[in-house]
Design a binder for this molecule. Structure first.
Ligand code: COA
Length: 258
């Protein structure tokens, strides 16, 4: 694939958005390639965790491709936003844990891509933002919604209305980044976390993501009910037998995803 590179190592799939001369801006072709890789990863038994990062030292993803945005009208704009949202929903709901290794600018669609991932590790030169307002549009790939859910209404209003950038350090303070590390430590740290997730019980990992995401979209009683059912599913798994036995036998658990 010309715009996206993927590499698997020890059950961790690393996806690199690879348009460094355009600061990894997401055009339709790149979004399509990303979608295809996620489809493959979803059903690939050798993929247990995913890292998404950007090529080069400057940018994770500097947004949707502005040269494509420039030619949109109401209909094609809606199609572009729907497609971007579908790809990011696909990432969020792919059933495997996804870590964004944010290695520079994460603006517009880049911030939205990072937010669709389940964890965000940022290098100390990372900058987050939703600058679409400066282009006369609003975020179309989930920025008004996922940002609000992550950092709260006040900060989301500020970032979406003023379009400014938030440093990695500030992003960690407001809950937008989980951890900030040096540029050199970024991929090793993301890999270490991905490896921990890859070695965890896959059904429990997937159910945890699902319970948190679905729970945010419904009432507390419904969300708690969902948790009860997801807990029951985990209790019926071989991995639960393995996890509890390993604890009682004082040994390391070997999970199989069954
Ligand atoms: N879409 C298309 N091309 C983009 C892009 C985007 N979102 N972001 C950067 N690029 C391109 C630039 O046009 C430039 O291409 P060129 O060399 O062919 O002219 C190249 O990437 C390098 O960007 P440049 O602006 O020269 O780098 P910089 O270091 O001066 O500034 C940014 C970096 C991120 C501050 C600046 O590129 C920027 O503001 N990008 C747009 C961010 C944005 O509004 N995103 C939301 C889009 S909906």
């Amino acid at each position: 694939m010309p715009n996206v590179i993927s590499k698997i190592d020890n059950q961790v799939l690393t996806i690199t958005i690879n348009r460094p001369d355009k600061l990894n801006a997401l055009n339709q072709a790149t979004l399509g390639e990303l979608n295809d890789i996620i489809s493959q990863a979803k059903t690939d038994p050798d993929t247990a965790a995913i890292i998404i990062t950007g090529s080069g030292e400057k940018a994770f993803v500097a947004g949707a491709d502005i040269s494509e945005l420039a030619t949109t009208d109401a209909m094609t704009g809606m199609q572009f936003a729907s497609f971007g949202q579908a790809v990011f929903n696909h990432i969020e709901n792919c059933g495997k844990p996804v870590i964004a290794a944010v290695n520079g600018f994460a603006l517009g669609g880049g911030c939205e891509l990072a937010m669709a991932c389940h964890l965000r590790i940022a290098s100390d030169n990372a900058q987050f933002g939703q600058p679409e307002i400066k282009l006369g549009v609003i975020p179309g790939f989930g920025g008004t919604q996922r940002l609000t859910r992550l950092v709260g209404k006040g900060k989301s209003m500020e970032m979406n209305l003023l379009g400014g950038m938030v440093s990695a350090e500030q992003a960690e303070k407001i809950g937008l980044a989980n951890q900030v590390v040096t540029q050199e430590e970024l991929l090793p740290t993301a890999n270490k976390i991905a490896q921990q997730l890859a070695n965890s019980a896959p059904i429990a990992v997937s159910m945890t993501i699902d319970a948190i995401n679905k729970g945010l979209e419904c009432s507390l009683p419904d969300a708690l009910d969902y948790e009860v059912k997801a807990f029951g599913i985990c209790c019926a798994s071989e991995d639960k037998n393995e996890g509890t036995s390993a604890f009682l036998e004082k040994r390391k658990a070997e999970f199989k995803g069954k």
